[in-house]
Design a protein around this ligand. Structure first.
Ligand SMILES: NC(=O)C1=CN([C@@H]2O[C@H](COP(=O)(O)OP(=O)(O)OC[C@H]3O[C@@H](n4cnc5c(N)ncnc54)[C@H](OP(=O)(O)O)[C@@H]3O)[C@@H](O)[C@H]2O)[C@@H](O)CC1
Ligand SMILES: Nc1ncnc2c1ncn2[C@@H]1O[C@H](COP(=O)(O)OP(=O)(O)O)[C@@H](O)[C@H]1O
Ligand SMILES: [K+]
Length: 500
C-alpha cells in the first residue's frame, strides 16, 4: 500500500484520464460505488442516511453515493453545501444524473431545515471536502462541522474527514470527527500525522480502478504484512552463525544498565549470528548475568585498542543508556570514523549534533533512530514542528546528511538517503514506556545484517517491533502493563507470523 500526497493524486488522476482514457466521470462513479459498498456494512434497512455534498469532486463522490443508496431503497437526504453555480465538471454531471433519477436534495441556504435534516440522520456521509481542501475551514463548512461533531451519529468520511488537509497546513484544525474514513486508493500523509490522525477514526482504502503502475510509482510505502512476508529473509538450511552477522552493541552506564541488556536480547531474538556487548566494567557483569548468549568487551579497560577491536564486526549499534561522559563521546567518534554500518540511538544522538557534517562522507550506511524530541534537538526546531511535519523533516534530514532515518512515533517513518519513505502501522501505546526504543535498536541491528535491502530491513524491524507489542496485547497484556521485556518475549510470535 502507498501513502499518496494531494499533488501525486492529482497527477495520477490526470495521467489516468490522458494516457489511459479513464474519464473523470467514470472514476467518480467508481469511487462513489466502491465507498457505497463499504457504507452498506454500517446500515440497516431503516437507516436514515444524510449525505453532505461540497462544491468540488469530493462532493461529486457524494452525489454517486446518495444515488446508489437511494436506488437500493435506503432513505437518503442529500444536502448540497454550495450554490448551484459552484458545482462544475464531473461533479455537475453526477448531480444531473442524481436529479434525473428523481431524487431530492436540499440546499444549504434553506437555513434551519438543513440542521433538522442532519439531526435526523442515523448515518452521516461526509462528502464535503477532500484533497482539494486548503487553508482554514470557511463558513458554512465550519458551522456544519461543529454541528456534526456535537451529535452522536455514525460519521463516514469520503477520502478525508472534511477540514483535514492531505498534508500539514499551518493554523488550527477544525474538522469532521469521523468514525471511519474510506480513503480513495491510498491514505494521505495526514492519516499518519498526530494532529490529524484521530479525525480519521478507523480508515480503509477503496480501489477505484486507477492503473496500479501509477500508484506503485509513488515514493511512500505503508509497510504491510504482505511486504514483510515478501522481504523478510529466511535462514538458509546451510547457514552458520557467520552468515547472520556479527553485531556490536555499545552503551550502558551504571545508572542505566538495562538499556543494553534489552538491545542485546532483542538483537539475539531477531536473528543476529554473534553478538558482543561493549560497556563499562561495572555494567558488564549485570548484563552478562542476564544475556547468556552474548560476549563482552570492557570499554573502560585502559589497554583496550578500541579502533582495532571494532574491526571484526559487521555492524554496530551505539548509544542506548550510554550516558554523556567524555568516554562515551570518544566511542561515538571512533564508531563514526569506522567503515562499519552503524545505528546511532539515544545518548549517541545527543553527541551527534557536532558531527552531522561528517555523516555524508561515511562510506558505510548510517542509521539514526531519533524520537521527535531527539529529532527536534538535531535540527534546532520544536518537538511540535517535528510532529506536525514528520515527512518533510525526515526527508530533508536524510537527504542532507545521507543517512537512513528512523523517526520514531505512533507511526514510525523510515527515510532513505534518496528520500524514499516507509510508514509503520504496527504498535500501540503500550510501547510508550522507557526501553521500547532500546529493543528497536536491537531488532534493527540484527535485521540490517541479514540479506535484503536496507530499506526493507529497517521497515521490517519497525513492523516486527510493533507487531510483537500488538500480539502481546492480543494475548494477556494490556497497553498499561506492557514492558519492553514482554515485547521481547513476543518476538518469537511476531517472527513466526511474518515468516510463515
Ligand atoms: N483520482 C482521484 O483522486 C479521484 C478523486 N475523487 C474525489 O475528488 C476529491 C478532490 O476533488 P477536488 O480537487 O475538487 O477537491 P475537493 O476536496 O472536493 O475540494 C474542492 C472544494 O473545496 C473548497 N475548499 C477548499 N478549501 C476550503 C476551505 N478552507 N474552506 C472551505 N472550502 C474550501 C473549494 O472551494 P474554492 O477554494 O474553490 O472556493 C472547492 O469547492 C478527492 O478527495 C476525491 O474525493 C474522485 O471523485 C475521483 C477520482
Ligand atoms: N503510542 C505509540 N504507538 C506505537 N508505537 C509507539 C507509541 N509510543 C512509542 N512507540 C514506539 O516505542 C518506541 C519508543 O522509543 P523511545 O522513545 O526511543 O524509547 P526509549 O528509548 O525510552 O526506549 C519507538 O519505537 C516508538 O515508535
Ligand atoms: K470528506
Amino acid at each position: 500500500m502507498k501513502s499518496v500526497t494531494a499533488k501525486e493524486m492529482y497527477n495520477i488522476d490526470r495521467k489516468a484520464m490522458e494516457d489511459y482514457h479513464l474519464s473523470g466521470v467514470l472514476l467518480m462513479e467508481n469511487a462513489g460505488r466502491a465507498i457505497t459498498e463499504k457504507v452498506l456494512k454500517h446500515l440497516s434497512k431503516d437507516s436514515i442516511v444524510v449525505v453532505l455534498v461540497g462544491a468540488g469532486n469530493n462532493g461529486g463522490d457524494g452525489f454517486v453515493i446518495a444515488r446508489t443508496l437511494a436506488n437500493l431503497g435506503f432513505q437518503v437526504n442529500l444536502i448540497q453545501i454550495a450554490f448551484d453555480q459552484q458545482i462544475k465538471g464531473d461533479a455537475a454531471e453526477h448531480k444531473a444524473i442524481y436529479l434525473k433519477f428523481g431524487y431530492q436534495m436540499t440546499q444549504i441556504n434553506q437555513t434551519d431545515i438543513y440542521q433538522d435534516i442532519i439531526q435526523s440522520a442515523d448515518v452521516i456521509i461526509d462528502a464535503m471536502l477532500g484533497i482539494g481542501f486548503q487553508g482554514e475551514l470557511k463558513e458554512p463548512y465550519r458551522s456544519i462541522v461543529k454541528l456534526i461533531n456535537s451529535l452522536n451519529k455514525t460519521v463516514i468520511a469520503v477520502d478525508l474527514p472534511s477540514g483535514v488537509p492531505a498534508e500539514t497546513v499551518d493554523g488550527p484544525t477544525l474538522a469532521v470527527q469521523a468514525d471511519i474514513t474510506y480513503c480513495i486508493e491510498a491514505p494521505k500523509p495526514s492519516a499518519f500525522i498526530e494532529r490529524y490522525a484521530n479525525f480519521y477514526g478507523e480508515w480503509e482504502t477503496v480501489e477505484i480502478g486507477l492503473p496500479k503502475s501509477l500508484l506503485e510509482a509513488c515514493k511512500t510505502d505503508v509497510w504491510t504484512l504482505d511486504k514483510v512476508k515478501q522481504t523478510l529473509p529466511k535462514r538458509d538450511k546451510h547457514s552458520h552463525k557467520g552468515s547472520h552477522g556479527r553485531g556490536l552493541v555499545i552503551g550502558g552506564h551504571k545508572e542505566m544498565p538495562g538499556a543494553v541488556r534489552l538491545t542485546a536480547t532483542a538483537a539475539l531474538r531477531s536473528g543476529v549470528g554473534l553478538l558482543t556487548v561493549g560497556s563499562t566494567s561495572d555494567v558488564l557483569p549485570i548484563v552478562a548475568s542476564a544475556v547468556t548468549e552474548a560476549t563482552y568487551m570492557d570499554l573502560t579497560d585502559p589497554k583496550l585498542d578500541f579502533e582495532s577491536r571494532i574491526q571484526p564486526f559487521d555492524a554496530i549499534a551505539i548509544g542506548m543508556g550510554m550516558g554523556r561522559s567524555d568516554l562515551s563521546r570518544q566511542w561515538l567518534d571512533a564508531v563514526i570514523e569506522s567503515d562499519k554500518p552503524i545505528i546511532i540511538d539515544a545518548d549517541g544522538l545527543y553527541f551527534l549534533k557536532s558531527h552531522l557534517a561528517k555523516l555524508a562522507e561515511r562510506k558505510a550506511p548510517t542509521i539514526l533512530t531519533p524520537h521527535p524530541g531527539e529529532m527536534a534537538m538535531l535540527i534546532d526546531q520544536t518537538i511540535q514542528y517535528v510532529k506536525n511535519n514528520p515527512f518533510e523533516v525526515a526527508k530533508d534530514f536524510a537527504k542532507n546528511y545521507q543517512v537512513y532515518l528512523v523517526l520514531k512515533g505512533a507511526y514510525t517513518i523510515v527515510t532513505c538517503p534518496n528520500g524514499e519513505q516507509t510508514i509503520n502501522t504496527t504498535g500501540n501505546p503500550g510501547l510508550a514506556k522507557g526501553g521500547s526504543g532500546d529493543c528497536l535498536a536491537g531488532i534493527i541491528l540484527a535485521q540490517i545484517m541479514q540479506k535484503g535491502s536496507l530499506k526493507s530491513s529497517l521497515a521490517n524491524a519497525c513492523y516486527i517491533h510493533g507487531l510483537a507489542a500488538d500480539l502481546a496485547i492480543e494475548d494477556h497484556h494490556s497497553t498499561t502493563d506492557l514492558l519492553a521485556t514482554d515485547l521481547i518475549n513476543f518476538l518469537p510470535d511476531a517472527f513466526r507470523k511474518c515468516l510463515n
